[in-house]
Design a protein around this ligand. Structure first.
Ligand code: NDP
Ligand code: 8X3
Length: 251
């Protein structure tokens, strides 16, 4: 029987690439995000391959998350795989200069949003005694870097929640895994630098950054292992990157 995956943050970057590789491998999709037009274009692209359902909600809005997921059409209600991917960094400032709005966006989106979505999806996985949750963390959840403060804190929280879910869901036969990428060339830096495309593209210049497809490929590998295999924690860097702050760039 074909599987169904719910992917948050499917309108761009890692989430979109994951939807694309899942579709090529016959996994039906529930694609989520706030930008409906991006999700519609993705649905148009992938609908010839698999069944696709669009959900638009802001992961920070607990009622919107609950309503959207409870309202999923019948044929998509059996969710085998949840990819908790939605998230972003907002700003790159010292703790004394950071903005409260940016902090709220990161804690509410990256941490509370992941919790709201998981809470809404879990009951049917627990009822079936099966399921797979993949949490997209970051190397920022393993190492704090200068001016990363609150984004790093949000991803350290994802790292802790991954472990917490793994412990609590063990009795329910549910697999839980985290993937922690280093620098991936997506809209991430454009969001972090609030539309400053020059500064954003500079982040990925002078070396070969990871591409969203690289992470999507790994996510697909992780979720297609035999059921008794759980790859719990993976850190993925571009070859040019040795730590959050050490990147070998062309002179
Ligand atoms: P993108 O900015 O390309 O994609 C982010 C996705 O998250 C978009 O689809 C966006 O959809 C969605 N999203 C963001 N905030 C919300 C929200 N409040 N409600 C609903 N959806 C939201 O970045 P990436 O693909 O790079 O990021 C995906 C994940 O990977 C994030 O969790 C990020 O922290 C993590 N990551 C990224 C790295 C990188 O270097 N790029 C490295 C390590 C981890 P929309 O705007 O339509 O709502
Ligand atoms: C994204 C990677 O190094 O910008 O999580 O935090 S980094």
């Amino acid at each position: 029987m074909s599987k169904t995956a719910l992917i948050t943050g499917a309108s761009s970057g890692i989430g979109k690439a994951t939807a694309q590789i899942f579709a090529k491998n016959a996994i039906n999709l529930i694609i989520c995000g706030r930008r409906l037009e991006k999700l519609q274009a993705l649905k148009e692209e992938l609908a010839p391959l698999v069944k696709v359902c669009i959900l638009t909600f802001d992961v920070r809005d607990r009622n919107a998350v609950k309503t959207a997921i409870e309202g999923i059409p019948e044929e998509f209600q059996h969710i085998d795989i949840l990819i908790n991917n939605a998230g972003n960094a907002h700003g790159l400032h010292s703790i004394q200069e950071g903005s409260l709005d940016d902090w709220d966006a990161m804690i509410d989106g990256n941490v509370k949003g992941l919790l709201y979505v998981s809470k809404a999806v879990l009951p049917q996985m627990i009822a079936r005694n099966a399921g797979f949750i993949v949490n997209i963390g970051s190397i920022a959840g393993k190492e704090v870097y200068p001016n990363g403060n609150v984004y790093c804190a949000s991803k350290f929280a994802v790292n802790a929640l991954n472990k917490g879910m793994r412990l609590d869901l063990n009795a329910h036969n549910i697999r839980v895994a985290a993937i922690h990428p280093g620098l991936v060339e997506t809209e991430f830096s454009e969001v972090r630098f609030k539309g400053d495309t020059e500064r954003a593209s500079g982040v990925y210049q002078g070396y070969k950054a990871l591409q969203p497809e690289d992470i999507a490929d790994i996510i697909h590998f992780v979720v297609t292992r035999p059921y008794h295999v759980n790859i719990e924690d993976l850190i993925v860097y571009p070859t040019a990157q040795a730590s959050a702050t050490i990147v070998k760039k062309d002179a």
